[in-house]
Design a protein around this ligand. Structure first.
Ligand code: NAD
Length: 262
């Protein structure tokens, strides 16, 4: 158990998938939560109330678009005003676009870089001074196996995730003598809405059943042939928040069913 009671965690892109899994796990350790991300307002309100009821923590929601720096700075400012502190920052919001580079739309390149890379620069820039003031903080950047190795047709995503691993190392070095740590988690395939789209594309392109499409996707990259789950990733995030992880700094931690061992 890692008690995060009295601490606050801001998790970007936490209305779905991995971010939601991490927000729930951090709330489970007692952290107050700032939820962020897109989705149906009623559903998001249910998620927020669910955290409060289930884990007896405070939870607020910030509708900030991670592609817009002004909204990111306003989100951090409001979180500090409403909850008084940010101790854990999880940079998780992300999008994907799949196309060969010569057909890659310029606006998709800009959006992927903004949300998957630049947003983390802005959130850390905005939240770090508060962490340094108390000399304790945990910054966790959700990169990807694609932060370490490449695949075809994902030029913006892979450039952004490699960039995020580099950003993680710089922040870790700049905070190395403080109580703030910064690390990246590099998941393999996780069956979230982001990956479901890629599975569905295989179903229609290859005219194969859904289960075959999932195995097809997994067996190309992930030797375990099993998806990583948001709960497993959340377990690693909770560990990174523990005192045992104090000297983990600037690491890019794979949880990828063996993908990058190959
Ligand atoms: P998801 O689509 O389920 O969730 C993405 C979250 O980001 C959602 O809450 C969404 O609303 C939010 N988001 C998207 N654009 C946003 C914006 N402009 N502003 C604010 N929020 C925004 O995807 P996921 O699979 O849970 O992905 C979470 C992170 O994990 C991403 O950074 C992704 O690159 C990374 N990742 C996913 C996988 C995987 O296999 N699913 C693997 C490795 C890394």
């Amino acid at each position: 158990m890692t008690s995060l009671k009295g601490k606050t965690a801001l998790v970007t892109g936490s209305t779905s998938g991995i971010g939601l899994g991490i927000a729930r796990a951090l709330a489970g350790q007692g952290a107050d939560i700032v939820l962020n991300g897109f989705g149906d307002a009623g559903e998001i309100e249910k998620l927020r109330k669910g955290l409060i009821d289930e884990f007896k923590v405070k939870a607020i929601y910030a509708l900030a678009d991670m592609s817009k720096p002004d909204e990111i700075y306003a989100m951090v400012k409001n979180a500090l005003a409403e909850l008084g502190r940010i101790d854990v920052l999880v940079n998780n919001a992300g999008i994907q676009h799949v196309a060969p580079i010569q057909d890659f739309p310029i606006d998709r390149w800009d959006a992927v870089i903004a949300i998957n890379l630049s947003a983390s620069f802005h959130t850390i820039r905005a939240a770090l001074p508060d962490m340094l003031k108390r000399n304790w903080g945990r910054i966790i950047n959700i990169a990807s196996a694609h932060g370490l190795v490449a695949s075809v047709q994902k030029v913006a995503y892979i450039a952004a995730k490699h960039g995020l691993v580099g950003l993680t190392k710089v922040v870790a070095l700049e905070t190395a003598t403080t109580g703030v740590t910064c690390n990246a988690i590099c998941p393999g395939w996780v069956l979230t809405p982001m990956v479901q789209k890629q599975v569905d594309a295989r179903v229609s392109e290859k005219k194969i059943p859904l289960e075959k499409a999932k195995l097809d996707l997994l067996s190309e990259k992930q030797p375990s042939h099993e998806f990583v789950t948001p709960e497993q990733l959340a377990g690693l995030a909770v560990f990174l928040c523990s005192e045992a992880a104090t000297q983990m700094r600037g690491a890019a931690l794979s949880m990828d069913g063996g993908w990058t061992a190959q």
